[in-house]
Structures are given as C-alpha cells and as structure tokens.
Design a protein around this ligand. Structure first.
Ligand code: ADP
Length: 573
C-alpha cells in the first residue's frame, strides 16, 4: 500500500467545461502533457464533456489538484484558447468506513482509493520498527504517538508516598496489564527525577532504554513483593493511545515519593482516562492492603540526613489473653481504654467525641509493657501498629504521615523517658524532640483513628513534661511487678512443658517475690536446665529452685540480679 499524499483538506478534481470553440486536439494535448493521460483516456474524457457538458479529472489530493490547475491554466493561456477549467473540492467519504473527513489517497495495487487516517493506520502493512528495537525513550514515545503532534499531548502527574510502592505497584499491574509494551529506563543521574518531557528529549540528553529493574520489598509475607524502580508503559484502550511513567520522585533530604505521570492526547477521552487511573491508584494507596494489620517500623537511614529508607515488618507471634499475666485491674483498664474504646469509635464520633487516644504504660523493666503491646496489636482488628524506639524519634514526622495514612493505627513509642527527661538535664535537641512528639499528639485531628501508646520504666522522669502539657495522655496504666498469684500463673505459663506439681509451683511463686515476669520466665528455663542435669528432666524439686535462684539473684552479684529483673527481690532478701 502506498500512501500518495495526506492533506488537511479533502481531495479535489479539475472540471473541464464544454465550449464550441476549443479544438479537440488542443484538449487531447493538454490532457496528455499536463495530466499524463493516454490518447484513449483523453478521447473518452472529451466524449464525456460533449455528452454531459462537463467532465472531471481526478480526484487528486488538494495540493496536487492545485498544481495541475496552475499548469493547465498556463498551458491554456499560452495557447490563447477559450477552454474553461475549474478546481472543485470533493468530499469523498472514506471507502472503508464512510467517514467524510481526513481522506488520504492510497494506491492499493492498480487501484487508487480514498481512506480516512484511522483506516490507513489499521490497514497499514508497511513494516514499522518493533518497539523493542528502540534505544531511547524519545523514539519509543514518538513511535507510539506517531500521528499525534507533541503539542496535542498532555500529561498529568500524581505523587504517592514512597512507602506505598507495593500497593501502587499492585494497582499499576491491574490497571496497565493491557499495555502494549513496558520499558525500563536508564537513570544515570540518581538525584534527578524523570518526567515525560525529560524522556522526550533527544540527542545527547536522550534517556536510554534499560532492562527493567525491580527491588524486593518485604511486606511481612513469605516472599517479598517485586516492585519496579521505574517503568514506561505504552498502552491503548478503546483506540486511545496513552503512556504511563513510573519513577521515584527525589527531593533533597526528603523521603523519595512515587511519581506517576500519564501522557494522553488532549481531549475529553484522555482526561477521563487519566481521572479513572489516578482514582484507582488513590484507592489502592488508601486501602494499603500490603501493610494493613501489621506491625511496622521505619528503617533509619545511615546517612546524616536522617531520612528513612524503607519499612521493616515485624514478624511477631500473636499474644493471646491467656499469655498476658497482669492484675485484673490492669487488664480491665487496658480493655476499657484500648480494646473496647476502638470498638466504640464510630459511636463516639457520632456523639461528637474525640476518637484519638494517648495511653502511658509504666512499670519496672520486664513486667510486660512490650508484651502487652503485642497483645493489643493482636487484638486490634485492622489496625496497623507502628513501633518507634527512642533513637528513632527523629523520624517522628515520617511515622506520623504513615500513621495517618494507615488509620486506624497504633503508634507505640517505647522508653519515652529517653526523650522526655526533666527539663534540667535535657539538651536543646532532646527538648525539641519531646515538644515535637507532644505537638504531633496534640495536632492530630479530633477524629483521627490513631492510638498512641507510650511506655516507660521511669514515669517520674515524665511527670513534669506531661503534667505541663495536659490532654496528651488520657490514661496512665501501671504494669506492676507480679504479685504471688501472678507469679504462680507465670510459673505455670512458662513451665508448661515441665513436670511441675502444685507444691513446687507455690514454692517458686513464693520465693520469687519482688521479681519481674521476665525474671520468672528465665527462672523456668533454669529450672528445666537444673532438672535435666539432675535426672534428665523427669522431676523438679526444691533444690533446683535453690540453685536457679542462687545463680540468678546472688552468685552473679547485684548487676546480674538487676539484669535479670530480680533487683527488688535481692533488696528484699
Ligand atoms: P517490659 O517491656 O516491661 O520491659 P517485656 O514485655 O519486654 O517487658 O518482657 C520481656 C518478656 O517477658 C516478654 O517477652 C514475655 O515473654 C515475658 N513477660 C513479661 N511480662 C509478662 C506478662 N505480664 N505476662 C506474661 N509474660 C510476660
């Protein structure tokens, strides 16, 4: 198929009008010399002129018709003949689809037909380069949008948080799976952010096509999710061609975001497509399926800017209610202030009450503050838990954005005393971190579904700071050293596999007075060891308790007892 010409106007023809004075030989000469007709064709045309008073030569593309018209007029004028020729535009419908506009003359074998540009594109069998043969992004885009001028293309950009790349990737896979082709791009300048207009540059600044680059992202599942570092999709939907660029949005000293840019032909169809795509991407990010219900921390970057690199998903074993040994009063407070509270959030909201909450868990080390948080995380359906250690408090801003995005969420700040010491022994930097934390807690919207849980071993260091900023902590809950009943329960819990009789359980509970839960857990391991050494683990006797307690509380000195959570017991002893 040969495309003869392509014009903005439709084809045109030259109409020969009959008159009595122009000799036939002149008309034959004109048709032969200017129009390239044979004698037979010329005679046939003359016969038609005489019969029908006029006859047309053509159709020709507009520009060809105009050139022929000029030459013919000159030919007639030079020879002083009265022949009248007119140039007339014709609206020949496309011979395939009947569409009236944008025709192009096409020669198929011996025939010349008029087709619209859509049919030409559909029927074109001329070999065109395969997209995978392209070396540069600009050639790929030019090939994809071959017959659309760059000025008739528009792009729209949307940015998503970098941490959401797994959800963005999943949505992209769903949305653009029908893509004609996907290309990776060579990002030579790691500090630069790619853009479609950047991809359209050619010459020495052209962006080269590169193998697709994937990064593994851990979302706490068995295997990591593969996420593209960048990608250029060429797509087509209902005849509308468009391109999508995915890349990292880099900004100095900020967490890189995910940048999505969609290039479409201008017009309502393109605009609607862009809206649908971004709508779906936003929904996917809001749903945040990959992190919902998990326990996360941000990875602190080693570089000086304190940016965070990614997310760590903690794979913590669920903690059931029976695994948490706390006084009834403490468990009741936890239920009322956390578990029941989140269940009634919707009702509270309807009654115009705030749905955010701040809890302080305080008590000696090893009494189960972290354990309790795991218990809460296990029993807060759909909540995402973010665990911030004191050293990570510099990332508070990033944590809060994530907490807002993943609502309902629980933000845990462990050992908060480390950033909230008394004003007197606080450096200027620490003070600002504490202020920042309290401001973040205060700045949350009343209806934020965010639960703050702060833990400390040193509540007295916090009193001043928190008392000075009331309203941040709604409830302080003491996690005390276990009483004798509690210690008995802990002996049973952590000695589940041991041959313990009631007397030994009572003795272990009584003799471990003043120790922490973590201490009793360790004590049970020592009892198991002592029993194994004595009779292969068949029985546990008082002497095993003597030996274990002696090692843990006395032989190692005060430091050892402190390390194991038995300092109170030692002091009492
Ligand atoms: P804290 O955060 O108060 O210093 P942890 O929660 O880290 O104490 O306790 C250490 C370990 O001791 C826990 O992982 C758990 O196995 C055990 N433990 C501590 N407190 C309890 C408790 N109240 N009930 C059951 N086990 C506990």
């Amino acid at each position: 198929m040969t495309e003869v010409a392509r014009g903005e106007h439709g084809p045109a023809q030259l109409v020969f009008h009959n008159d009595d004075d122009t000799p036939d030989e002149f008309v034959i000469g004109l048709l032969r010399q200017v129009f390239g007709k044979t004698d037979r064709e010329a005679s046939a045309l003359i016969a038609r002129i005489e019969r029908e008073e006029k006859a047309a030569c053509g159709p020709y593309p507009q520009s060809v018709a105009e050139a022929l018209f000029k030459s013919a007029q000159q030919y007639i004028w030079l020879r002083q003949q009265p022949l009248k020729i007119t140039l007339e535009e014709i609206r020949t419908p496309c011979e395939l689809c009947g569409k009236p506009e944008g025709q192009t003359e096409v020669r198929i074998g011996e025939r010349t037909v008029w087709l619209c540009s859509d049919c030409i594109r559909a029927a074109d069998t001329t070999p065109s380069p395969e997209p995978e043969e392209f070396e540069y992004a600009c050639d790929v885009l030019d090939w994809h949008f071959a017959d659309i001028a760059r000025s008739k293309l528009v792009t729209t950009i949307r940015q998503f948080p970098g941490h959401m790349r797994v959800d963005v990737q999943a949505a992209i896979d769903r949305l653009f799976s029908e893509g004609i082709q996907l290309f990776g791009l060579n990002e030579e300048q790691r500090y630069e952010t790619l853009s479609i207009s950047r991809l359209l540059r050619d010459g020495r600044y052209a962006i080269a096509i590169a193998p697709l680059q994937y990064s593994d992202v851990d979302v706490g599942e068995r295997s990591p999710v593969k996420c593209l570092d960048n990608g250029l999709w060429l797509c087509e939907q209902d005849g509308l061609r468009y391109a999508v660029l995915l890349c990292a949005h880099r900004e100095f000293s900020r967490e890189p975001g995910i940048r999505i840019e969609i290039l479409v032909p201008s017009g309502s169809a393109g605009a609607a497509l862009v809206q649908t795509c971004f709508g779906e991407l936003e929904q996917a990010v809001q749903a945040a399926r990959s992190y919902r219900g998990k326990i996360l921390s941000l990875d602190a970057d080693s570089d000086y800017r304190g940016r965070s690199r990614g997310i760590t998903v903690h794979r913590l074993a669920p903690v059931s209610r029976n695994d948490v040994i706390l006084p009834e009063q403490t468990l009741r407070l936890l239920d009322r202030n956390v578990l029941t509270f989140v269940d009634t959030r919707d009702q509270l909201r309807r009654l115009g009450q705030s749905t955010r909450k701040g809890i302080l868990l305080y008590g000696p080390p090893g009494t189960g503050k972290t354990h309790t948080i795991r218990y809460l995380a296990t029993h807060l359906p759909g909540h995402t838990t973010l665990i911030i250690t004191a050293e990570q408090i510099g990332l508070l801003g990033a944590y809060m954005s994530l907490a807002r995005l993943l609502q309902p969420s629980m933000v845990v700040i462990e050992d908060v005393d480390l950033i909230a010491r008394d004003r007197d022994d606080m450096g200027p930097c620490e003070e600002s971190m504490l202020n920042k934390l309290l401001n973040e807690m205060d700045g949350l919207k009343e209806d934020a579904d965010i639960l703050f849980v702060l833990t400390t071993n040193r509540p007295e260091d916090l009193e001043g700071a928190l008392a000075g900023r009331p309203g941040r902590i709604d409830q302080a809950i003491e996690v005390p050293l276990p009483d004798e009943t509690g210690r008995g329960q802990l002996v049973r819990l952590y000695g589940k596999g041991l041959p313990l009789d009631d007397t030994i359980i009572a003795e272990a509970a009584q003799r471990s007075e003043g120790t922490s839960c973590a201490f009793i857990k360790e004590l049970m391991r020592r009892l198991a060891q002592a029993s194994l050494a004595r009779d292969g683990g068949k029985s546990i006797v008082s002497a095993d308790i003597d030996e274990a307690l002696d090692d843990m509380l006395f032989s190692g000195g005060r430091l050892n007892a402190r390390l194991l959570g038995g300092a109170h017991a030692m002091a009492a002893g």
